[in-house]
Design a protein around this ligand. Structure first.
Ligand code: PEP
Ligand code: MN
Length: 342
């Protein structure tokens, strides 16, 4: 429920509405605009009438939020959420797009440091790498587990890059939260509700990948669940969806989801051209396209020798191609930044 206060409403009147909502067990988000204050009341609002709020002094009008996701909705918070990582990396809003780069899986220390150094030299701010890998077959490389987290920690110390890694199992949450700066929730776990429920108890920002077949509402409701449990630092990540044609690409890159999420939600959205396409030679064109569409960051798989990568080699950029992509992004951003009106 959106409660729009009169422009001349006093602080006391605003506080009274907030207290009134809290007494009904509703959460509130307060947006103090230049002209007037808008209060989003969230919870079981269907138990209460809009008239009951409209009767309070200082309230101009009350509207119901029409979308099923409320905390994540742009209706409840007009301004973009900017997620801050390690104090100085800003994801979202009008900040320049953040590059996250690294191998699909953490393989060994030397290889990870070599990748992290190239990532840093190219302007990336965050190193990615899976220590716990969701694999389709039971006899595929499933990651190094805790050792992989330790390798990521060393790469962070050597380069100063922040770290993102995937969490698959709630039993590993405390350990992963301690090692990583951002927790990645993979496509296969986007609707693992018990795992999502746990994320409210950690402070790490969450990168929430879109599920393989998830609708936009399902994806935003997954974000809503994490926020509802107490962690509002959610970054959305479009990584392609399954449709009828997988002959040439692993997934279909839903670029339209990027401006759509930006319209529906205040949460930042980044794009993963590696999983969205499954083909290394489609990664750069799609990465550039996503930035034009408004992506606020990229997560790209990079490896010194993709042919030998232990997972996702076919969609992984080698150093030369990654360097070229970063140069192209720089050129592109100098053209599109002044045009941005999101
Ligand atoms: C990954 O990032 O390596 C990964 C497994 O991604 P997704 O969950 O999008 O498939
Ligand atoms: Mn991968």
């Amino acid at each position: 429920m959106i409660i729009i206060m009169e422009p001349e409403a006093s602080e006391l009147q605003i506080q009274h509405v907030i207290d009134y909502a809290h007494n009904l067990d509703l959460k509130t988000i307060v947006n103090k605009g230049v002209v007037q204050t808008v209060i989003a009341a969230i919870g079981e609002t269907n138990k209460y009438s809009t008239e009951q709020f409209e009767a309070i002094d200082g309230v101009r009008t009350v509207q119901r939020i029409q979308v099923p996701f409320k905390l994540a909705s742009r209706d409840s918070q007009h301004a973009d959420t900017v997620v801050t990582v390690r104090g100085n990396i800003k994801i979202g809003g009008n900040n320049p797009p953040v590059m996250i780069a690294g191998p699909c899986s953490v393989e060994n220390q030397e290889n990870l440091i070599a990748i992290a150094k190239v990532a840093k030299e190219c302007g990336a701010k965050i190193i990615r790498g899976g220590a716990f890998k969701p694999r389709t077959g039971p006899r595929m490389f499933e990651g190094l587990g805790k050792l992989g987290l330790e390798y990521l920690d060393v790469a962070r110390k050597e380069t100063g890059l922040a770290v993102i890694t995937e969490l698959m199992d709630a039993r590993d949450l405390d350990m992963v939260a301690e090692f990583t700066d951002i927790i990645q929730i993979g496509a296969r776990n986007m609707q693992n509700f018990t795992l999502l429920n746990e994320l409210g108890r950690v402070k790490n920002p969450i990168l929430l990948k879109r599920g393989l077949c998830a609708t936009i509402d399902e994806w935003l409701l997954a974000a809503e669940r994490i926020m509802d449990k107490g962690n509002t630092q959610v970054i959305m990540c479009e990584r392609g969806i399954r449709t009828f044609d997988s002959k040439y690409t692993r997934n279909v890159a839903d670029i339209a989801a990027i401006p759509l999420i930006r319209r529906l939600s205040h949460l930042p959205i980044i794009f993963d051209p590696s999983h969205a396409t499954g083909k290394w030679n489609l990664v750069s064109p799609l990465a550039l396209a996503s930035l034009v569409a408004g992506a606020q960051g990229l997560i790209v798989e990079v490896h010194p020798d993709p042919e030998k990568a232990l997972s996702d080699g076919p969609q992984t950029l080698n150093f030369e191609n990654f360097r070229k992509l970063c140069k192209d992004i720089e050129k592109l951003m100098s053209v599109i930044s002044p045009l941005k009106c999101n």
